[in-house]
Design a protein around this ligand. Structure first.
Ligand code: ZN
Length: 325
């Protein structure tokens, strides 16, 4: 007898309950010191490293990107982003994933911009509505640390969202989060990229030694959009740093890299590794609507699909059935 898992997706019921968005300063302060400071000491506190290194059962998580508060209006306001994030939060609280990860460009304003603080405050306010039992993992993008990140801009990000690179285990799967903005442009903080590289190598070795069921990576910039050796452009990582990094990830048998930044979906492979670029929660720049990705993690691999905000399934069920074949 063989056990196999099947993903059941029950379609679709759109729920549009209005959500309260008023929140006291005290609640906000609590939220920023708790929920948004989980990434610390290069790990994510909600997940116990020892306990989570063992495979338990299939699970799913939700991957989002580019909430980018302020992008629709050129930083004048953020009503449209608030509306979209509220809808995303309703989906999160209904579907109850193992965790949610937002792959960067949380706000449109960069740290030195006068509108930065209010956009961060709104992000904190809206994502504080995620059920406290569902960990929310935040990843930095180029808008969060600047196109040429510096020690100062990264420090500012960390005050609001915790570490810029870290790793955490969930049910036998090793998840590695990178600061891809220093991979994109290292001029402002070469020492951060060097430290991240040394750390990454250690993480990959440890994941292999601990026999991780899968290694998944998360960052803002796609390493590439479609082809691993495609020419350099705004949306990918320069070949000079992409090529050696891909070799390192293939060597460690990384299953998939998840990114955003492109504001639409794109897919490619490097050997057996998937490069998955996910459309925005916020403003789209192509035909893919605002939405997010649901990723199911099975013992044998992963399955994933992008859902527009209006098409999200009512429920995700991971069914385990026995099969006599
Ligand atoms: Zn970006």
């Amino acid at each position: 007898m063989r056990i196999h898992q099947k993903l059941l997706i029950l379609l679709p019921l759109v729920i549009t309950t209005p959500m309260a968005n008023l929140c006291s300063a005290q609640e906000l302060a609590g939220a920023s010191t708790g929920r948004f400071q989980q990434a610390a000491d290069r790990t994510f506190k909600a997940f116990d490293r020892e306990e989570e290194q063992t495979w338990q059962r299939p699970f799913f998580f939700m991957q989002m990107a580019d909430t980018q508060y302020g992008f629709f209006s050129g930083n004048k306001g953020f009503e449209q982003e608030v509306d979209l994030v509220h809808r995303a939060v309703e989906h999160i609280n209904r579907l109850r994933p193992r965790f949610v990860i937002v792959c960067g460009d949380l706000t449109n304003a960069t740290p030195e911009h006068p509108r930065y603080r209010e956009q961060v405050a709104q992000y904190h306010r809206d994502f504080s509505q995620v059920d406290a039992e569902i960990p929310l993992v935040c990843v930095c993008g180029n808008h969060d640390v600047g196109n040429r990140p510096t020690a100062q801009s990264i420090a500012r990000y960390k005050e609001n969202f915790g570490d810029d690179y870290f790793s955490f285990w969930v049910g036998g799967v090793c998840n590695i989060v990178l600061n891809s903005s220093v991979l994109k442009d290292l001029e402002g903080a070469p020492e951060v990229l060097a430290a991240q590289q040394t750390w990454l190598q250690q993480q990959l070795q440890e994941a292999n030694a601990a026999k991780a069921k899968h290694i998944l990576m998360f960052q803002h910039h796609p390493l590439f959009l479609a082809e691993e050796d495609e020419p350099d452009q705004y949306f990918n990582i320069p070949l000079q740093r992409r090529t050696p990094l891909l070799a390192q990830l293939k060597q460690a048998d990384v299953r998939a890299v998840f990114a955003g930044h492109y504001h639409r979906n794109a897919y490619g492979t490097a050997g057996s590794m998937e490069m998955i670029t996910t459309g925005p929660v916020g403003r789209p720049l192509g035909k893919d609507p605002s939405g997010f990705r649901i990723v199911t993690v099975l013992e044998t691999g992963i399955e994933h699909r992008y859902w527009g905000m209006d098409d999200v399934p009512e429920k995700i069920e991971l069914e385990t059935t026995s099969d006599a074949r």
